[in-house]
Structure formats: C-alpha cells, structure tokens
Design a protein around this ligand. Structure first.
Ligand SMILES: [Zn+2]
Length: 385
C-alpha cells in the first residue's frame, strides 16, 4: 500500500519528514528468533501533511504487519510501565474530562487482558463494561469476570453483533495502527448513540517534535497524529474535540463528543527538526569515530535505537549488567555483548583507540567510572551532542 495523498485530509501537500534506514521489524524480544521469517529489517519513510499536520508512513505491507501482531501479542507488556500510563488515563478521565458520574456503560477497543476495564470496574461499580480484543490468548487472561470481551478485531462487521450502544467508548494506542479509518469509524457508529463520548489516546506528534523524541516512529505505527490531524480525522466521522491533554511522556488523550464546537489547537513546531537532528548527530558521531574502534555502551532498547537511528555497526556492545554478557540482539548476529568490568580492564591500555557511545541515561556515572579506571579514550552521548 502506498499513499499519494494524506490519509486524513486527502491533501497532496506532502513532504518527507523522516527517512529511517534498516529499522527492526520485531521490537519485542522473542523466544526463538529462527522461527521468525525475514524480513527482520525494513526502511521506513514518514511523510508530513502541511495541511492537517499529520505524519504517516508513505507505504506499508499489511502482511508483514499482521505477522508482527501475531508475535507481539505473545509478549506481555511491562507491568510498571503499563500502570503509570493507566494512572494518567484514569486521571484524565476523572479530573480533566469529569466523567465520573455521567455514564452507565463503557466500551474499550483493544482492551488487551482487560487491566484498564478492571480498574474502571473497581472505581465505578455497577456499570456495563465491554471490550474488543482480537488476540485470544490475551483476551482469555481478562481478570474482570463481569466484562464481556468480543474476541475479534473491531470492524464495521463485527460491531454489528453488539446488542447495545455505549455511553463512553475509548481506545488507547490503537488508532495509530489503523489502516482503514472508514471501517474503524463505521464500527464506532454501530456501538454509539447521540450523546456517546469518545476518548482516544495516541502518541503525540506535537510532543515528539518538541522533545526530539523518536519513540513513536516504528514499523507498527502507520500514523503519528498531531492534535490537529486527530481532530481533523475525527470531525469527518462526526466526533468533535471537547478537551485534550498531553501527558508528561508524550501521549495525547483527546476527548470527543457529538457536539460541534471549535477549539484552539497548537501547531506542530518544526516537524522536520527530527530529521535534521538525526543527520547532525550522525555526522558528529561519524567524525568522532574516524580511525577508532566503536563501542556502544548500553545493551537495552536505547542501544538498539542508537544503532538504528544513526546507522551504526559497533565493534562491541558493553553493558554494566553482567547478565547480558553473551546475549545478542535479534537480527544482529555479529554484535557481541560483553560485561563492562572485564572489558574495561582488558581494553584500558588501548583506550585511546576506542570511541565509546553511551546509549544510557546514566551517562555521567558511566563517564566517571571510566575516568576512575584511567580511561583515556573519547566518550560521547548521542542524545546530548
Ligand atoms: Zn492532511
């Protein structure tokens, strides 16, 4: 599938915003990488619509996405991260949108194992709760027993069998994956009435460009919405923005009703800044690495991102955690991970022949530790060059 017009507003005023070479297809750890057919890497290209400020992948392959989701659903999400995001959602629901006493029924689309619905059931007893979740394994784990879970994708067709309309519909981190908006919103129509309220949570482009965050730009996200593009899209299906907030970690939570009212919306600042930032850092790193061996410090998701964004192929990956030694990243068979202590000891004498790139928020601690051990080589941090 390749887009020649904006998928939100159909404008042709499009410009490439971000070109990411060789990005990982599978971002979650898998138990047996040999079972996963290639491709393991793909080039991604995000375009930007000048008219509605929408960012989207110019082309994608639906069969690869379907395969990813099959894998992804088997990876449990980290509990602590999930709870923080849940708290922010609940806070918006209660304090910002004032929804505590105004509903009898609520539907979550993409409810996973139902943690959020269980939370709502605890806060607001005696409500009718339902959810859609296509993955059977995840849906089977649902803890709230009085929630009706439809174990399928939320489509115009599947939503027809739902016997009631809901006062509130919400989805979190779903809309940026949606390939067919007409079908998705026809399904909303089937389960809503004239005073249904809709809450949509999705990564925020305004926040990402302001904070130079690359987090939302990966293969699974066909779209990265700005406040303007989300509002523009939903308006076409009869949902109007009433209020919104952007959380501290860059999630946009929009609250929509059937009542047409215009709201002031901030513009996206510097949409092409991300691309400039990557190119600038790339050239600084390449210059610093000239004639040196390259060590990447940080065998976590930060390390993988640094390798991908800046297109680096380090000679070695070092990590403070000795348990990571000997392991490998999927798709990087040549990159060995070694424990920091032993590596520093062995390499210290030739430290000047190395450039260390620290892909960790503990940059200052790591730098101090290297200095104490007499390290004379250059140490840089890609996020603060
Ligand atoms: Zn547009």
């Amino acid at each position: 599938m390749s887009m020649t017009t904006c998928p939100v507003c159909s404008s042709q005023k499009l410009e490439e915003m971000l070109s990411l070479v060789r990005q990982p297809v599978y971002q979650h750890p898998v138990s047996d990488e040999k079972k996963i057919p290639p491709p393991h890497f793909m080039d991604l290209s995000y375009f930007y619509c000048q008219k509605c400020e929408h960012s989207f992948q110019k082309s994608w392959d639906i069969s690869i996405l379907e395969r990813i989701y099959k894998q992804y659903y088997y990876t449990p999400r980290p509990a602590d991260v999930g709870v923080l995001f849940q708290n922010q959602f609940v806070q918006a629901f209660v304090d910002r949108f004032h929804l505590s006493d105004s509903f009898d029924s609520i539907l979550e689309i993409g409810c996973s194992s139902g943690e959020m619905l269980a939370r709502i059931a605890g806060l607001f007893p005696d409500k009718i709760l339902a959810g859609f979740e296509p993955n059977r394994e995840t849906a089977a784990m649902t803890s709230a027993s009085d929630v009706h879970i439809y174990r399928e994708f939320f489509t115009a067709l599947t939503s027809q069998k739902v016997p009631q309309k809901f006062d509130i519909i919400f989805h979190r981190h779903v809309i940026e994956h949606v390939a067919d908006f007409d079908d998705f919103f026809a399904a909303h129509q089937n389960v809503s009435h004239d005073s249904t309220r809709l809450i949509v949570e999705t990564p925020c482009l305004n926040w990402s460009t302001h904070h130079l965050s690359m987090a939302p730009f990966h293969i699974e996200h066909l779209h990265v919405f700005s406040i303007c593009s989300l509002t523009t899209l939903l308006k076409q299906y009869g949902w109007f923005l009433d209020a919104y907030l952007v959380t501290s970690n860059g999630h946009l939570i929009g609250f929509f009703t059937r009542i047409n009212a215009s709201r002031m919306i901030p513009a996206v600042e510097n949409p092409f800044g991300l691309s400039v930032w990557i190119e600038k850092n790339k050239s600084l790193i390449y210059r610093a690495a000239e004639g040196k061996k390259l060590a990447l410090w940080g065998a976590g998701s930060g390390g993988v991102k640094v390798m991908n964004y800046f297109n680096l192929c380090p000679d070695i990956i070092v990590d403070s955690n000795p348990n990571k030694a000997g392991k490998k990243f999927v798709g990087y068979p040549g990159q060995k991970i070694v424990a920091a202590d032993g590596w520093i000891e062995q390499t210290s004498e030739n430290s000047e022949s190395w450039l260390i790139i620290v892909a960790s928020t503990y940059f200052e601690e790591i730098r101090q530790r290297l200095k104490r051990s007499g390290w004379k080589g250059k140490i840089i941090q890609p996020y603060a060059l």
